[in-house]
Unconditional design. Structure first.
Ligand code: N01
Length: 546
């Protein structure tokens, strides 16, 4: 373990804390990283967490209807058999309080909380080239220093509140779904306006519509959605899962998206129309993200994709009674799953309610927020509450906002001005000893997150272990290997239809001014894992170690 003397930073001794590794964020990734470094490598580790509780994305996203889109039995850790056998989920898609309860259960079981500093927001991080040391400053004036800095800040944690003229003048209340008040919001008797129809908007609209006097949904881009078919988990389900966990995790790691099911090997174009319809119908009835796996080429071939898109477009017509509204809700500008596909509990049905109105922002863009509501180019909508379900400055936002300065003072914000440049999504040149869990350039958001997180945390832990064993103090991604990796990330994306959705947050398109770069690695989790393993086994090819 590093001694205080060897790592102490020359700032106010009263408020400085020296350790072996600093982790930023106490969600799924921060908790597991703490456990690995502290309990397996025996390091002195501190986790700095902005919130006053643990849970990461599940700490902040408490909007009505917030649930997980992966199924509960695999939206959890796989590294600990006791946790696996002791924990029981109550629903197929657990609601946010249950996921927080799970993470607290894990943190208590592994005694993690003693090394987590809550209410500790990082305001900057700087690398000292001479000492090979990161120093992190917090909003409450504390300094932490360590040779290793690991970001565990999530990919979707920087709320994107659109800069709409007049918002300050609004007399009602407004909220962003990703920063939801912990005490909840009382919608009873209120006229609510919701902007945004991504996964979040699609989850929250049905619940708000039930509680509010009236809901107006302002839609910029119509979206596909598959029914979640949520329901209780039975005792038989729990037993079956517990008995089969080894196989479940094997399948999850062997696949493209970290889900424990296989993608069909058949092309959507290789079967008759009737057979294809039957396969889609079964997948629709089963519900959830598995719909994507119905055929091998839904995300590879435009014609194959069209079969899935058309099937889902037709479903909207069968659910929504008013044909004009059904057409407004029908996506025409992108293919199914080229943007992250939402799953829902009664989303399209919501538009059959008398107290719900759909506004098409393509036909009547928002002009401004007024004191009393939202004004579009066509009319004024009187509102008491505005809900921004407008997503996030994804992947890069949470990292750039940490105000990180690397070697020779270079700022991450400048290094990534034209888009993120990482080697394996794990490191960026000029930022030695900084590891980014599920960083841009890794499979991250294209996966069931806990599985992607575990793969990264295991790799980082092994890397630090190897460095210590070899007496190495510094690791830095080479520029050359990074450029090649960035090219490979683009190539992997271009082998799919994913870059075709021009409004996708995968491309940064949802944030005005953000460079249009496809950010996650679309080559699949299994392939990515084997590349990372190979790099490690080769003695960390592509990194400079000293
Ligand atoms: O955000 P989004 P999200 N004016 O960016 C619209 C994960 N997630 O929070 O498409 C008007 O997808 C925007 O319109 P457009 C999941 O990975 C997971 O819904 O850009 N509208 C879009 O309709 C998901 O993909 C879970 O044209 C504006 C919406 O707001 C990711 O989080 C649950 C606008 C934003 O959709 C993000 O989902 C929920 C503007 N100025 C989310 N700006 C679980 O697994 C944006 N929009 C539980």
């Amino acid at each position: 373990m590093a001694s205080k003397e060897s790592t102490a930073f020359a700032v106010n001794e009263q408020s400085s804390h020296a350790c072996d590794a600093i982790i930023i964020g106490a969600g799924f990734s921060g908790l597991y990283q703490l456990h690995k470094l502290r309990d397996e490598l025996g390091l002195d580790v501190v986790v700095l967490e902005k919130g006053d509780g643990i849970g990461g994305t599940w700490f902040w996203n408490r909007y009505p209807g917030a649930r997980c889109d992966s199924e509960s039995y695999y939206y959890c850790y796989s590294f600990n058999k006791e946790i696996e056998q002791e924990w029981s989920w109550s629903e197929r898609y657990p609601e946010h309080p249950e996921i927080r309860k799970y993470l607290n259960f894990v943190a208590d079981k592994l005694d993690l909380k003693r090394d987590i500093r809550l209410n500790t927001e990082v305001t900057s991080a700087a690398f000292d080239d001479d000492a090979n040391l990161w120093t992190v400053q917090t909003k409450n004036g504390q300094f932490f220093s360590a040779p290793f800095l690991i970001t565990a800040v999530g990919c979707l944690s920087t709320a994107n509140v659109p800069d709409i003229k007049g918002l300050d003048s609004f007399k009602g209340q407004w909220y962003h779904t990703g920063l939801w008040p912990h005490e909840g919001v009382d919608f009873s008797g209120k006229r609510v306006g919701q902007i945004g129809t991504g996964s979040t908007g699609i989850q929250t609209a049905p619940v708000i519509a039930e509680q509010a006097k009236h809901l107006t949904v302002f839609q910029r881009t119509a979206n596909y959605s598959i029914p979640a078919r949520n329901g209780p988990v039975t005792a038989d389900d729990i037993k079956h899962t517990r008995d089969n966990y080894d196989e479940i995790w094997r399948l999850a790691r062997a696949g493209t998206n970290g889900h424990p099911f296989t993608i069909s090997t058949r092309s959507a174009l290789s079967v008759s129309d009737a057979e294809r319809e039957e396969i889609y119908e079964k997948a629709w009835e089963r519900g959830g993200l598995r719909f994507r796996a119905s055929f091998s080429d839904v995300l590879q071939n435009v014609e194959a994709n069209l079969t899935a898109s058309d099937f889902l477009r037709d479903k909207i017509k069968t659910v929504v009674r008013n044909p004009v509204v059904a057409e407004m809700l029908t996506p025409r500008d992108h293919g199914f799953a080229t943007k992250r596909p939402p799953i829902d509990s009664g989303y399209f049905e919501t538009f059959n309610r008398d107290n719900v109105l759909l506004v098409d922002l393509k036909a009547e863009p928002i002009v401004e927020v007024t004191a009393n509501g939202i004004r579009t180019t066509k009319q004024d909508y009187a509102l008491d509450i505005i809900v921004f379900a407008t997503g996030f400055d994804a992947l890069t936002g949470p990292l750039v906002n940490l105000n990180i300065s690397g070697s020779q003072g270079i700022k991450l914000k400048d290094a990534w001005a034209a888009g993120p440049r990482t080697y394996l999504g794990l490191q960026s040149p000029k930022f030695p000893n900084l590891f980014t869990i599920t960083g841009p350039g890794s499979p991250s958001v294209l996966c069931n997150m806990p599985i992607a997180i575990e793969q990264h945390v295991d790799w980082i832990t092994n890397c630090i272990r190897d460095m210590r064993a070899n007496g190495q103090k510094r690791i830095e991604a080479n520029t050359d290997s990074t450029e090649k990796w960035v090219a490979h990330v683009n190539e992997a994306a271009d082998a799919t239809l994913l870059p075709m959705a021009s409004s996708s947050w995968y491309l940064g398109a949802n944030v005005p001014g953000k460079p249009r770069v496809f950010m996650p690695y679309a080559g699949g989790l299994a392939r990515y894992t084997s590349i990372c393993d190979d790099v490690a086994q080769s003695g960390y090819r592509g990194f400079a170690l000293s």
